[in-house]
Design a protein around this ligand. Sequence first.
Ligand code: UDP
Ligand code: MG
Length: 138
Amino acid sequence: MSVEKTLAMIKPDALERGKQGLIIDRILTNGFKITAMKQMRLTRVQAEAFYKEHAERPFFDSLCSYMTSGPIIALVMEKENAIKDWRDLMGATDPTEADAGTIRKDFAESKERNSSHGSDSPQSAHREVPFFFSQLER
Ligand code: UDP
Ligand code: MG
């Protein structure tokens, strides 16, 4: 295992319900160091670019509408094995399939409105961290 950085987002549904503080508390309690964090509202062009790997999927249009419906919080988080550990802490994409105690189980509203994002591989983290943060910020 090595110290990694991963890109997380707290998604619009969680901010809409004021859950961002509880989610950040779980991040810190689980040993992640937050090295950068900002709240912003994505433009349609930014949401489409971020999720471009899903451009051909049937949920893409709805996903991009949801992701631009309100502010998100983007975070760079650092820890040993951060990429997989954050995926595990989030739980499955669909909250009905997520394990007990995971963020999506406890906070998500639906498979789309699932409260959080995490890079799914070192390659994704390498693309997603600089999508949000310049070298000086992270
Ligand atoms: N999503 C959706 N319907 C689906 C699959 C995904 O609305 O059938 C949304 C959901 O918000 C998910 C995002 O698209 O988090 C990206 O999908 P991905 O398969 O990459 O899931 P993740 O990596 O976020 O678990
Ligand atoms: Mg994904």
